[in-house]
Design a protein around this ligand. Structure first.
Ligand code: ZN
Length: 202
């Protein structure tokens, strides 16, 4: 059995982190060991070894779930060569990399993961934004991995204006067409939008 590559992608507030949490809980129930790489500079919700979704639901580290903070692709490779890779003296079954769009050279790093015989049976799950707030590829490496993954899960959100299906993210202080009728929901700087309500698409 060869490990598979799964990607989870889409705009902000689409439930990508919740998807990761659900995958972790299912895997833990099956007795699998997981390493979850969290982006070091992502302290939106917590600095602790836990993963929190936008609704505040937490999944803490435990005997089967090792959460490590990293800041670049070279630190991902360090995981391969360190004791962090071993959980309870057992090889990890799954490696999850959240916020995959932040890592340059991530395609090359994942290729190493996939081709190294020692790690061939390990499932890799990447989650992240496919597009930036201008509807451009956030990181072409990640888009390449989405296209080449065994399973690609496209998470969609709901437009913060009209509630239609949202596949884009808008940065609210950077809108070209400010509209006083637009009510900014919540304190977030970013919101999901449909095609009709993204300034780059109008
Ligand atoms: Zn809309």
């Amino acid at each position: 059995m060869v490990g598979k590559l799964t990607t989870i992608y889409g705009p902000m507030f689409a439930g990508k982190t919740t998807e990761i949490q659900n995958m972790c809980m299912s895997a833990i129930e099956e007795g699998k060991n997981i390493i979850l790489a969290k982006y070091k500079h992502d302290i939106r919700y917590t600095k602790d070894a836990t993963i929190i979704n936008h609704d505040g639901n937490k999944l803490d580290k435990n005997d089967n779930l090792y959460i490590v903070e990293i800041s670049d692709s070279s630190e991902l490779l360090d995981i391969l060569n360190s004791d962090l890779y071993i959980s309870n003296h057992t090889m990890a079954d799954i490696i999850i990399i959240d916020e995959a769009q932040f890592y340059t050279d991530i395609a090359q790093t994942i290729d190493i993961f996939k081709t190294d015989a020692r790690y061939k049976n390990i499932d890799i799950i990447l989650a992240g934004l496919d597009l930036d707030a201008n509807c451009q590829f956030f990181n072409r490496d990640f888009n390449y991995l989405i296209a080449s993954s065994d399973i690609a899960i496209y998470k969609l959100s709901k437009c913060y204006i009209c509630n239609a299906t949202a596949m884009y993210t808008v940065r609210l202080d950077n809108m070209h067409n400010q509209n006083s009728r637009i009510k900014i929901a919540g304190a977030s700087l970013y919101q999901p939008t449909c095609t009709m309500h993204h300034p780059s698409m109008i």
